[in-house]
Design a protein around this ligand. Structure first.
Ligand SMILES: NC(=O)C1=CN([C@@H]2O[C@H](COP(=O)(O)OP(=O)(O)OC[C@H]3O[C@@H](n4cnc5c(N)ncnc54)[C@H](O)[C@@H]3O)[C@@H](O)[C@H]2O)C=CC1
Ligand SMILES: O=C(O)[C@H]1O[C@H](OP(=O)(O)OP(=O)(O)OC[C@H]2O[C@@H](n3ccc(=O)[nH]c3=O)[C@H](O)[C@@H]2O)[C@H](O)[C@@H](O)[C@@H]1O
Length: 464
């Protein structure tokens, strides 16, 4: 039997692009992406998709209405599918046992219960969400109580795409990982990917290795960023240059050149949450030394963000109060509109607490999204946001529609996302429009220091 109908529960940053790619590469498979969020489904069915991702529009618009459907009719899609992906969010728990560390598995469990309730016949259930190792055990137990006597295989197929390059990553993945128990079920999923991925890049393992490999991959990637960021602090104290150090060590083929870009700190919805989840798991399994080892990666990242703001304040004569600061970029990396856990949130928060006035420009992030992030980060638990903090958002945050507009009359520019367009502006003109001395704090080391210094700026990058 080969798969002819797929249902994916969760139309987010992973469910949307991955299912669009399967529909694009497998014209004989009917793919339905379902979600409880009506607005999100309406956006997937509109001209403006809910996610900005280079190349995504073409693929979605090419398959939509043919073999790719976005719908809120969850039960019907579960019933007719041979294979059901669970691709819902697994955020860090904010309450109860494991708060601040453990993954909140509420949404995954609800999906498993829904499948158990409405499925008929045999289904292959695929964990696409990032999950703690041994989650499949719980999923299998829930499914074993199915209302209609249905039977199930459970597979783990974690996703490794990065935002901003999702389509490239899906088209040409380093590997596809499939964990499972029954060979025939694993093969069904291998056959789907084999439509476009060379079979030697489709790895199969047991369920638990697959679940744990995803958390481990993210932990290793984040660890590289924290490692180079730790060295960036030492570079600033010693006149070494972190980009030179990264290039020098990256030529060692055992280390490799990728993921060694020092920055204001890593962001995104997953690195921090997945490492904290790993830390929680290690503690749960009685391995406190291992937990502490990984926790340090997140601590170093927090330190990097704090250090960036302290350096700004110190350099600007120990006060930024009432000074206008242009914020270039709010997304957690370029080529995405995603702001989840973006370093910019914390940098802007700390600048606001120093009473600076910030003017934000990001080519893809909406004003409403920035305000939501700031309200959340400035809130005090269940008490919400205090009048003093509300005043900071209302009176100290403005928005611009270009780098030039954000920087006009500003004391400093803080570059927080590496958008390509930031390197292409007329720095001479921008310098002329700013207060002097005009500072640039480049949290991404993407602007050319020499050009900026030639234009009259006082330039401060990361790690030199
Ligand atoms: N964002 C990324 O680049 C990557 C994320 N992941 C993992 O993939 C998973 C999904 O992440 P994102 O797509 O970013 O999340 P997301 O928050 O963008 O999307 C999740 C969607 O699931 C929906 N949902 C939640 N409960 C539901 C239910 N019971 N029934 C139907 N729909 C439901 C939500 O409404 C939401 O639209 C997470 O576990 C994440 O760790 C893995 C690789 C990359
Ligand atoms: O599980 C996930 O969600 C995904 O997490 C990351 O992807 P993503 O967070 O989208 O983007 P990355 O390119 O990994 O960047 C993460 C953060 O690290 C920062 N970073 C990255 C690389 C680097 O050298 N320096 C650096 O500061 C980026 O600016 C960004 O803020 C992983 O790269 C994906 O493989 C994984 O699937």
């Amino acid at each position: 039997m080969s798969v002819s109908k797929i249902c994916c529960i969760g139309a987010g940053y992973v469910g949307g692009p991955t299912m669009a790619m399967i529909a694009h590469k497998c014209p004989n498979i009917d793919v339905k992406v379902v979600d409880i969020n009506e607005t999100r489904i309406a956006q997937w069915n509109s001209d403006t998709l809910p996610i900005y991702e280079p190349g995504l529009d073409e693929i979605v618009k090419g398959c939509r209405g043919k073999n790719l459907t976005f719908t809120t009719e969850i039960d019907a899609a579960i019933k007719e599918a041979d294979m059901i992906f669970i691709s819902v969010n697994t955020p860090t728990k904010t309450f109860g046992v494991g708060a601040g560390r453990a993954a909140n598995l509420e949404y995954v469990e609800k999906c498993a219960r829904r499948i158990a309730e409405v499925a008929e016949g045999h289904k292959i259930v695929v964990e696409k969400s990032t999950l703690p190792v041994r989650t499949a055990e719980a999923v299998k137990r829930i499914l074993s109580n199915a209302s209609n006597g249905s039977t199930f295989d459970v597979l783990s197929n974690p996703e490794f795409l990065a935002e901003g390059t999702a389509i490239e990553d899906l088209l040409d993945p380093d590997r596809v990982l499939i964990g499972g128990e029954r060979k025939e079920a694993i093969q069904e999923l291998v056959d789907v990917y084999a439509h476009w991925v060379p079979t030697d890049r489709i790895l199969t393992t047991n369920l638990w290795s697959s679940e744990l490999s995803k958390l481990t991959a993210n932990a290793f990637l984040a660890q590289r960023v924290s490692s180079i960021n730790a060295i960036s602090a030492l570079c600033e104290a010693t006149e070494a240059d972190v980009d030179e150090v990264a290039a020098a060590i990256g030529t060692d083929s055992r280390i490799g050149p990728k993921f060694l870009k020092a920055s204001v700190g890593f962001g995104g919805s997953c690195f921090q949450k997945d490492i904290l989840n790993l830390v929680y798991l290690c503690e749960y399994f009685g391995l406190p030394e291992v937990a502490q080892y990984w926790e340090q990666v997140v601590r170093m990242n927090d330190y990097q963000k704090e250090r960036f703001v302290s350096r700004m304040v110190r350099t600007m004569f120990n006060t930024v109060s009432d000074k206008k600061i242009a914020i270039w970029g709010f997304a957690f990396k370029k080529d995405t509109n995603d702001t989840r856990e973006s370093a910019a949130i914390y940098v802007v928060r700390d600048l606001l607490l120093e009473k600076a006035r910030v003017c934000i420009y990001d080519p893809q992030v909406t004003k409403q999204q920035v305000i939501q992030e700031l309200e959340y980060v400035l809130s005090e638990g269940d008490n919400g946001i205090s009048p003093a903090k509300r005043e900071l958002i209302d009176n100290h945050v403005t928005f611009a529609s270009s780098c030039e507009e954000a920087s006009s009359d500003a004391h400093a520019i803080a570059v927080l996302t590496e958008w390509d367009e930031f390197a292409e502006v007329d720095f001479g003109k921008i310098h002329d429009s700013m207060k002097k001395p005009a500072f640039v704090f480049d949290g991404r080391n993407r602007l050319k220091q020499k050009n900026l210094v030639d234009s009259g700026f006082e330039y401060h990058g990361i790690g030199f």
